[in-house]
Design a protein around this ligand. Sequence first.
Ligand SMILES: NC(=O)C1=CN([C@@H]2O[C@H](COP(=O)(O)OP(=O)(O)OC[C@H]3O[C@@H](n4cnc5c(N)ncnc54)[C@H](O)[C@@H]3O)[C@@H](O)[C@H]2O)C=CC1
Ligand SMILES: O=C(O)C1=N[C@H](C(=O)O)C[C@H](O)C1
Length: 238
Amino acid sequence: MKIALIGYGKMGQAIEAIALGRGHEIVHRIDINSSHLLEKEHLQQADVAIEFTTPETAYDNIIRCFDANVPVVCGTTGWLDKLPQVKSQCLEKHQAFLYASNFSIGVNIFFELNRRLAELMAPQSAYGVSMEEIHHTQKKDAPSGTAITLAEQILEKVPGKKGWVNEESTDPAQLAIISKRINPAPGTHTITYSSPIDDITITHTAHSREGFAAGAVTAAEWLKGKKGIFTMKDVLSL
Ligand SMILES: NC(=O)C1=CN([C@@H]2O[C@H](COP(=O)(O)OP(=O)(O)OC[C@H]3O[C@@H](n4cnc5c(N)ncnc54)[C@H](O)[C@@H]3O)[C@@H](O)[C@H]2O)C=CC1
Ligand SMILES: O=C(O)C1=N[C@H](C(=O)O)C[C@H](O)C1
């Protein structure tokens, strides 16, 4: 498979290593200094694009892929206010788009655990719920995309929680997400249900970026030749 890497930073390079190891070809490594490669004539040389850049650049990059008729796997976080526009553009232009806040198999299983735990805890009013996420200091967005996905799952199930805030909160209607930036930390997410009697805690800890990169390559292999809007639930049949 011919892959265009849009974003050749920590993730772009980790994805390249996995993709080459699986016999794929990298046709473009597009970074801030080589953005002319985002022109249609270049992007069209790829079977699929994998986009890991910045919250400010992801939207334009995705639309460029649609205009070049190239399926796009996107892992960039912090731009989701524009997700409805991306989805409508994807459908209008008959393109293929797959976004995940986290591509690792472990986190996608953790999402399922989180959903089930929230369902079980929903009637247990003695427990308060909170979240902590820890990442490296180069991370641009807070809370992490993964934390937002986890929070949305909890808000869907736990009555009385109306939204999340990225700070400590005494408002029972708000789910507090505490973000810590410490090196080295590829990504740790912890959810705690706490009562005067006991606590229940679930944690996912990434030991490296390998799981994110492998999941993104698997998603690209799966997306090639498809049309529509997909998530890792489709790829992993969860
Ligand atoms: N969904 C997932 O599983 C994961 C998502 N991420 C997300 O991926 C994104 C990138 O993360 P890292 O690689 O760690 O960041 P990074 O800062 O190491 O790399 C970002 C790269 O994008 C490049 N870039 C900036 N503007 C660009 C443009 N207009 N066109 C092309 N390239 C451009 C930069 O030069 C830089 O090399 C972040 O939003 C992060 O949160 C990170 C890990 C896993
Ligand atoms: O920026 C990172 O590094 C990561 N970003 C993603 C997120 O925002 O959730 C996924 C992972 O946690 C690493």
